[in-house]
Design a protein around this ligand. Structure first.
Ligand code: BG6
Length: 263
């Protein structure tokens, strides 16, 4: 992946990009990942920073894609911005939801996001009709449904996964989890979350939303994982995530998180 530095001659906020300078290089020395990109600023303070994270994700993904590629897609507000920057470049791309419902509002669900990505890239998408937190028995019978089966298989053979990273308790609040789940997360000292998996500061699984789709163990089989996150409140989450992230991860973060990772 080609790094770049965008200088400020066009619009001032474009000075945000910082990829091959000190911060990114220092991070690369400390974390053996496939690539690391850093955007200046704090995504929670400045909406442009969050957009830059999404734009970088769209650009780096486009670089990596080839005709017919299958991409697994997670949800969240950062991921929801990516389609804004995606352009048609390769034929027959297919975007699939990485996992079923996770209790998010519709605009942040991967079902919605894959539809927008497919439209932007002039590709295709699939919808996964699987609610969150259903019983083991219903989960098992759902897996036998051909439409669900297809998504499970596509996620297994997708070349890429694109996803966000969230603060554990913030995600729990956003998903309005029940008391029992909150207790598990608090007692297990969960700090981070990604596509329904909650983990502690050592990157160990504390809790997972019961649904269908990609598992953490599938990650190292992908060609690349694009993980994006920005904002002061996510710094512990990202630090913990890096304990479980496989080496094929391409990390796209903002400056506040980058500085915390180096502190
Ligand atoms: C969820 C995703 O929907 O959003 C997670 O399933 C991610 O992978 C989370 O951690 C982050 O959301 P946001 O809105 O902070 O980008």
């Amino acid at each position: 992946a080609g790094g770049r530095e965008v200088l400020g001659e066009v619009q001032p906020f474009l000075t945000l990009i910082e990829s091959r300078d000190d911060l990114a290089l220092q991070l690369k020395n400390n974390y053996p990942l496939k690539d690391i990109f850093v955007v200046r600023g704090d995504a929670e303070e400045n909406a442009f920073v969050k957009e830059e994270l999404a734009r970088l994700m769209a650009e780096e993904l486009t670089e990596a894609l080839s005709p017919g590629t299958v991409v697994s897609v997670a949800g969240g507000s950062t991921m929801a911005l990516v389609s804004k920057f995606l352009r048609p470049k390769h034929d027959n791309l297919l975007f699939v939801p990485a996992r079923g419902g996770l209790g998010e509002e519709p605009a942040y669900q991967s079902n919605d996001i894959v539809a927008n990505l497919a439209e932007a890239a002039e590709g295709q998408h699939r919808i996964l009709y699987a609610p969150d937190s259903i019983s083991e028995a219903s989960l098992e019978s759902l897996k036998a449904e051909p439409m669900v089966r297809e998504i499970i298989d596509l996620n297994r053979r997708s070349a890429f996964l694109i996803h966000g990273i969230g603060d554990a308790l913030e995600m729990a609040r956003r998903r309005k989890v029940d008391e029992e789940t909150l207790r598990i997360l608090t007692e297990g000292e969960a700090v981070g979350e990604t596509f329904g998996f909650y983990f502690n500061a050592d990157g160990e699984l504390v809790h997972k939303v019961k649904t269908i789709g990609l598992q953490l163990g599938d990650l190292d089989k992908k060609e690349s994982i694009f993980a994006v996150a920005g904002g002061e409140s996510k710094k512990e989450a990202v630090k913990a995530y890096l304990k479980l992230a496989p080496e094929n991860t391409i990390l796209i973060i903002d400056e506040v998180i980058a500085r915390h990772l180096l502190a």
